[in-house]
Design a protein around this ligand. Structure first.
Ligand code: FAD
Ligand code: 2HG
Ligand code: ZN
Length: 485
């Protein structure tokens, strides 16, 4: 792709305007003015070290009014922008492609209000997910979304990507939990739809457009969200299974027998667990090695009741040989340790250099066969093995994910990003998904990574409607250009 010439380049005059508006400390500048100071590189690079932008200016507005002023000025001056939260996104959406100005939301980090009866939390978009969850924890509630990047991702970023996470099976998607949004359009208009109402059928539900828009139509500045009460009883079990058929049986039984207390059902294949073991050197939870592993979490209000249910379930799945071995966490430390074998997968896979990531919705019966097909293709192409000569790490084609949501994460761990590997994977993976009417992005979004592939999951008519919406909200096209559609 080429830089669009309609966009202006940042000048010293622009910088002076922003410094005046936001205060000196809120602009990180490199190469525009003589007082180029701070390290701008972290804002230009993504979590996977796969994408790198070339911005010279990062702005950190501290209020909705400031976001409005910044965007209006950028729109009037044809300056392209990239909204940025915790920069933990996995599709290259949060970093510039060329010299777009980064609008980083980290200074908008206040919790605005919480109502312990309704469970409604209202926050600035830049509040870190874990900070919000700790705040709620002290008030006997939890955030209805949890994910491995919780220590760095922002709630605004979560909403902008419509993040799914580890407990979607229980608490549902942000499209249901977000009650209201405050956002700023590129022309500076503040859209105040920060409703706290659970039910509101008065016309189009426009806030839904911002959920998953990946910063292409406006900047989210505030979020109101319904949060459930914290469960008293939390149990985590970790199983080894002999086949993907057995994993499906276990899932069916878990839904039937654990029903309302089931809060997570996660899948990991043996390859993913071997790589986590190699990187962390932790002792594995089960003695043997099994083709598949599942992590099941229950959360309920009554410890005795939950334990009884879980014990019955364990007896059943062991007796019927649905699972071959299993362990149940005995305390909070073990709960955390078992979760580490699932949540730690993305980080451990990055250990060697690069990772190709695919985040897919697949009809559940076929979910794992894609991983086997890819393993075969990578192996046939001679790209996998021990030693520098092989781009793909031995055992590096792995499948894991949110089994409860039919969401597979296919990851290919490599020593370096390599065109030969990419050519084997793309567009094959997308064609494979399209044939089965799956989705090429279950939860991470399109960003830059999948911009060209949206047609594998959306019809021509749908894409045309999306473009109309984009043009309506952002006629100058300054919001996160080169991404999405
Ligand atoms: P960023 O990465 O900064 O931005 C993401 C996108 O949103 C960009 O397009 C950006 O322009 C836009 N954006 C950010 N803030 C705003 C705003 N205020 N207004 C408008 N647009 C904005 N995702 C899942 O769905 N489920 C998971 O289980 C999961 N686990 C993860 C685990 C790890 C270890 C990592 C690194 C990532 C994981 N992710 C997961 C990816 C996920 O998308 C992000 O972690 C998170 O939702 C993004 O939040 P962020 O604040 O980091 O956003
Ligand atoms: C997860 O579920 C995240 O761990 C990240 O969505 C998945 O890195 C990935 O591919
Ligand atoms: Zn995920």
């Amino acid at each position: 792709i080429k830089r669009e010439s309609k966009f202006s380049e940042v000048t010293e005059d622009h910088v002076s305007y922003f410094k005046e508006l936001l205060g000196k400390e809120s602009a990180v500048i490199d190469g525009v003015t003589r007082d180029a100071t701070d390290d701008i590189e972290p804002f230009n690079g993504d979590w996977m070290r796969k994408y790198r932008g070339h911005t010279k200016l990062v702005l950190k507005p501290g209020s909705t009014a400031e976001v409005s002023e910044v965007l209006k000025y950028c729109n009037d001056n044809m300056l392209a922008v990239v909204p940025q939260g915790g920069n933990s996104g996995l599709v290259g959406g949060s970093v510039p492609v060329f010299d777009e100005i980064v609008i980083n939301m980290s200074r908008m980090n206040q919790i605005r209000s919480f109502d312990s009866v309704s469970g409604t939390l209202v926050v600035d978009a830049g509040v870190v997910l874990e900070v919000a969850d700790n705040y709620l924890g002290e008030r006997n509630h939890i955030f209805p979304l949890d994910l491995g990047a919780k220590g760095s991702c922002h709630i605004g970023g979560n909403v902008a990507t419509n993040a799914g996470g580890l407990r979607l099976l229980r608490y549902g998607s942000l499209h249901g939990n977000v009650l209201g949004i405050e956002a700023v359009l590129p022309d500076g208009t503040i859209v105040d739809d920060l409703s706290k109402l659970r039910k509101n059928n008065t016309g189009y539900d426009l806030k839904q457009l911002f959920i998953g828009a990946e910063g292409t139509i406006g900047i989210i500045t505030g979020v109101s969200i319904i949060c459930p009460q914290r469960s008293n009883a939390i149990n985590v079990a970790f199983f080894g299974l002999e086949s993907y058929e057995k994993v499906q049986e276990a899932f069916r039984e878990a839904k039937g027998q654990l029903s309302e207390i089931l809060s997570a059902f996660e899948l990991m294949d043996s390859h993913s667990q071997s790589l986590v073991a190699t990187v962390t050197k932790n002792k594995r939870p089960l003695e043997g090695d099994y083709p598949f592993y599942c992590l099941i979490e229950t959360s309920g209000s009554n410890t005795e009741h939950d334990n009884e249910k879980l014990e019955k379930f364990l007896e059943f799945v062991m007796e019927k040989e649905i699972v071959l071995d299993g362990v149940v966490a005995q305390d909070a430390t073990q709960v955390k340790a078992l979760w580490g074998w699932r949540e730690g997968v993305p980080e451990c896979l990055g250990h060697w250099g690069g990772v190709y990531k695919y985040d897919l919705s697949i009809p559940i019966s076929e979910l794992y066969s894609l991983v086997e097909d890819i393993r075969g293709k990578i192996s046939d192409a001679g790209l996998i093995g021990n030693g520098e000569g092989y781009p793909v790490v031995e055992g590096g084609v792995v499948g894991y994910g949110h089994m409860g949501d039919s969401n597979l994460h296919l990851n290919v761990a490599t020593r370096r990003y390599d065109k030969k590997v990419e050519q084997v994977l793309e567009p094959f993976v997308y064609e494979w998904i399209s044939k089965r009417n799956g989705s090429i992005s279950a939860e991470h979004g399109l960003g830059l990574a999948k911009k060209n592939y949206i047609g594998y999951s959306r019809s021509v008519t749908m894409i045309a409607l999306m473009k109309q919406i984009k043009n309506l909200y952002d006629p100058n096209g300054i919001m996160n250009p080169y991404k999405y559609i």
